[in-house]
Write a protein that binds this ligand. Sequence first.
Ligand code: IMP
Length: 197
Amino acid sequence: MEILFATGNMNKVSEASEIFSKKGLSVLQLELGGSTPEFIEPQSEDMEEIAVSKIEQARAMVEGTPLEHSAILVEDSGLFIDSLRNFPGPYSSYVERTIGLTGILNLLKEEENREAEFRALAAISFDGKIVKAVGSCRGKIAYSVIGESGFGYDPIFIPYEGDGRTCGEMSRVEKSQISHRGRALKEVSELLNPPSK
Ligand code: IMP
């Protein structure tokens, strides 16, 4: 079974491929007319609402194309910082593009409470059904940008289940074992319960 991941982020596609391959499922990036779909994100703080909206938009885009009956995967994720009352949360990608990692470090310059959490919600739509799963990963925000792997806030996030390195210093496999997305995708891949070969 092939799953089409509706995202413009190839890092997310690689992380998902890694996990779904263990279930004998392959993940490809959803492309229509040679480009990845752009979603209108609802102004919502509810990740489930955002993910369901992405699924509905993706379904509408593939209608009438050869991909109409394919399984579609969407995911919504973000970084929630305790002392910033969960900012940037649902605005994570916008904040990353605007003030960036150094902007976040500046906001926390005088702050001792570095507690934060990555959260993800993954949803797969197939056969008229939607299966969903959430995952989280707690850790703390580093004092500087460390590491070049991964993407987004990885170089400033130190997961508690790691060894003190930021996610930006971890391999994809190391990160997936403890990450919010790794957990959400693993659970959703289990919910799919594909027939054993
Ligand atoms: P989305 O693509 O709308 O779900 O936005 C997610 C945003 O949250 C990304 O653009 C990153 O800024 C941040 N983010 C989500 N997951 C991760 C991760 O695994 N590492 C680093 N940043 C992440």
